[in-house]
Design a protein around this ligand. Structure first.
Ligand SMILES: O=C(O)c1cc(C(=O)O)c2c(n1)C(=O)C(=O)c1cc(C(=O)O)[nH]c1-2
Ligand SMILES: [Ca+2]
Length: 709
């Protein structure tokens, strides 16, 4: 088909098909009667002492990602070699932390497809495709990703992107039960996060604050799927009774004249949780406001609890116990959903049970996890929205950061640190943060209306609610990616490593004094955890965003990483010219398997020859921001991520843009349907902006590849 040019091939249609077709030949004998039956709370606690298996998302209930294994160490890591690779058959972002129990790895690819792999051979045991309708693609803000599964008493739990929580038989992959976590079929709720199982309850939150969701978290009985409790994170319609005292208290911090409940208010729990069995408290990280702009959401101001907070809940009942708000009155998509780590440390001479947290807002927090009391906060990246935190734990906000005048907010909405997992090495007292900056300027937009396509408001055409205009001011800060080793007690950076680009993978640290991390430019790297010296690296097929794991089988320590470029930054931008399907890489000392052949990313020629009217370029640009930007990037400037850059698309594709926008040419790949949302006249303007921008890039000496969002 002529329209399917080089750029579009990348979208691929091979999801799970690839592994399926190999199913018979890939199977290897496994005693399935013994799989994962032993995994329960006691096991997870016991395993934390040895780290032999990797039974839950963050390795242990404290989510430390610190492995006690030391067979692979700074002494021999240089001899690390490939044991096997496994093709996940996906072309979109792979964000999963794999779990390994009883010699089987459970890992997810994009579109929530689960793969069970025999770790001894690297061969497939089974796959499960929840068949997420591709029309759900446009409901997610940030790529059709999944961060992994939970395993408990012989079952595997996965959150499907369309909002279903599904239980599978760990031995066969057969579906045992399925529950819809959404409140209604037209809800914008998705699931991208990994479930956790605490005390026999499968616990999961949702994504969707951008699309106008009231955040909540739900617990289901692991064996039956019965819903046990649900806790909302922000108050609902004030004409209805409060669900609980926590909502009554929270409502006092919201201005009802903003009618926030119509846009849900936000506060989604789309990623992080942790559990302290001794305190019987579970912790959740609560997300940003909907819309982003507080002036639109709550015109008289207010802290808007429990946005941007860590909240402690009783895992038995879902009852609120305490909260600490990191970003009062969030205005910039400053989620607190980044991974939390529970640690015990001595602060000012006293032993403290703490939570370590590096949320999007750029500050590193140490919080007392018994009562939520603030201990300290210090910025780990440059910030320009607050000068610091006072003794009570309140940020000292700087003027102008909520205004209608375009302002380069630092960190931007991509965060000084996003969902890419942090790890904490208690032996060294260091946390390893995948830190970054992605420049963006924002301005409050008084014209915001719930779910209205307003040119210039990012992605409002597919239902985003930011209440903010994008751009308008040149950004000055440089984008960066930086691995930071942070001492939480002294609140001080100990070492750092600059990376090629923002959006690098999560980290793993080990008793072998190592930190492992994959990078945006397609490498898997081991550093000396004490000083940041690079000890080993291997190229992998594309940019890495997920976090590595390590485990021991038959007396041998392995390291694995799921590779697949994407996520919200990686949809439109890239830092490598390689392109490969989602792939699991497993390494072992002395491993001799050959690296797979890496594909080359075919960028295509800069677009030329699409006729347009110059006066349509500027209005087309505003429409582009509100419909296309976060998926396709700046035409001719960004290089394309796991979705194509339209400035390098084939001429026929842009000349026939209607086929994509209205006729569903890419619907099977998850592209939203713009019928009834855009007019033919709008599409004419979009073409003008795309070709006009490509033409102006051509007029420049060299196309800059720097992220512009
Ligand atoms: O507010 C939300 O509900 C929500 C959900 C998600 C998600 O579910 O992935 C992301 C975000 N926000 C977000 O702000 C963000 O930066 C982000 C990045 C990613 C990703 O997977 O790359 N997801 C999300
Ligand atoms: Ca968000």
């Amino acid at each position: 088909m002529a329209l399917v040019g080089a750029g579009f091939l990348l979208l691929g249609t091979t999801l799970s098909g690839c592994s399926r077709s190999n199913e018979a030949s890939n199977r290897a004998p496994v005693d399935t009667s013994k799989i994962a039956g032993k995994i329960n709370g006691d096991f997870i606690v016991k395993n934390a002492a040895t780290s032999e298996e990797w039974p839950s998302y963050g390795l242990d209930y404290s989510e430390t990602r610190f492995s006690k294994l030391s067979q692979i160490s700074t002494d021999n890591v240089a001899r690390l070699g490939l044991a096997w690779t496994y093709d996940l058959g996906s072309t979109r972002g792979v964000e999963a932390t794999p779990l390994v129990v009883d010699g089987i790895m459970y890992v997810t690819a994009s579109w929530s497809v689960v793969h069970a792999i025999n770790v001894r051979t690297g061969k497939q045991l089974w796959t499960f495709d929840p068949q997420v309708p591709r029309s759900a693609g446009g409901k997610g803000c940030c790529d059709v990703v999944n961060r992994g599964v939970a395993v408990y008493e012989g079952k595997v739990f996965v959150g499907a992107f369309d909002g279903r929580l599904i239980a599978l038989d760990a031995a066969s992959g057969a579906k045992l039960w399925e529950e819809d976590t959404r409140l209604s079929p037209d809800s914008p709720a998705t699931i991208t996060g990994a479930p956790r199982v605490y005390k026999g309850k499968v616990i999961i939150g949702n994504g969707g604050a951008e699309l106008g969701l009231r955040g909540y978290i739900t617990a289901y009985d692991a064996s039956s799927g019965k819903k046990l409790w649900r806790w909302f994170t922000v108050p609902g319609d004030p004409s209805k009774p409060f669900e609980n005292k926590a909502m009554e208290a929270a409502a006092k911090t919201w201005d009802p004249s903003g009618r926030y409940w119509e846009a849900g208010g936000g506060g989604t729990v789309w990623n992080s949780m942790a559990f302290d069995p001794q305190l019987n408290l579970m912790y959740i990280g609560v997300g940003n406001g909907a819309p982003w702009s507080r002036n639109r959401r709550s015109p008289k101001g207010g802290d808007n609890l429990y946005l941007g907070s860590i909240v402690a809940l009783n895992p038995d009942t879902g009852e609120y116990v305490w909260h600490y708000q990191e970003t009062p009155g969030d205005n910039w998509d400053y989620t607190s959903t980044q991974d939390m780590i529970l640690a015990d440390m001595t602060v000012d001479g006293a032993p403290r049970k703490v939570i370590l947290h590096a949320p999007k807002n750029g500050f590193f927090f140490v919080i007392d996890r018994t009562n939520g009391k603030f201990i300290s906060a210090k910025n780990f990246v440059p910030v320009n929205w607050a000068s610091g935190y006072d003794k009570a734990g309140r940020p000292i906000e700087l003027p102008g950061v909520r205004s209608a005048t375009p302002y380069e907010i630092i960190p931007g909405p991509f965060g000084g640190h996003n969902w890419h997992s942090m790890s904490f090495n208690p032996a060294l007292g260091l946390a390893f943060i995948p830190a970054q900056h992605v420049p963006l300027s924002l301005a409050d937009d008084p014209k915001w209306k719930y779910r209205s396509n307003i040119p210039g408001q990012p992605m409002s055409g597919i239902g985003w609610n930011t209440g903010s205009l994008l751009g308008g001011a040149a950004t000055k800060a440089k984008p960066f990616g930086r691995l930071i080793a942070w001492d939480p007690v002294r609140q001080k950076q100990v070492w750092s490593q600059e990376q090629v680009s923002p959006w690098n993978g999560g980290t793993l640290t080990t008793a072998g004094n190592l930190v492992f991390q994959g990078t945006a430019d397609g490498h898997f790297v081991a550093y000396d955890a004490r000083n940041g010296h690079k000890m080993w690296e291997s190229p992998v097929g594309s940019g890495v965003i997920a976090a590595p794991i390590t485990y021991q089988i038959d007396g041998k320590q392995y390291v694995s990483i799921a590779v697949g470029w994407g996520g919200v930054f990686g949809e439109s931008q890239r830092a490598t010219d390689r392109s490969s399907p989602g792939t699991v890489y497993t390494f072992v000392i002395g491993g001799k398997a050959p690296l797979p052949q890496f594909g080359k990313y075919e960028q295509g020629e800069l677009l030329s020859g699409v006729p347009y009217d110059k006066k349509d370029v500027a209005p087309g640009g505003a429409l582009y921001v509100s419909n296309c930007l976060f998926c396709h990037g700046v035409p001719g400037v960004d290089k394309g991520g796991n979705l194509p850059n339209l400035g390098y698309a084939p001429r026929e594709a842009i000349a026939n843009l209607e086929a994509f926008v209205f006729e569903g040419a890419m619907a099977e790949q998850g592209m939203p349907d713009f019928k009834g949302k855009l007019t033919a006249e709008d599409v004419k303007k979009l073409k003008a902006f795309i070709q006009g921008t490509a033409d102006s890039v051509r007029g420049q000496p060299a196309a800059s590849a720097k992220p512009k969002k």
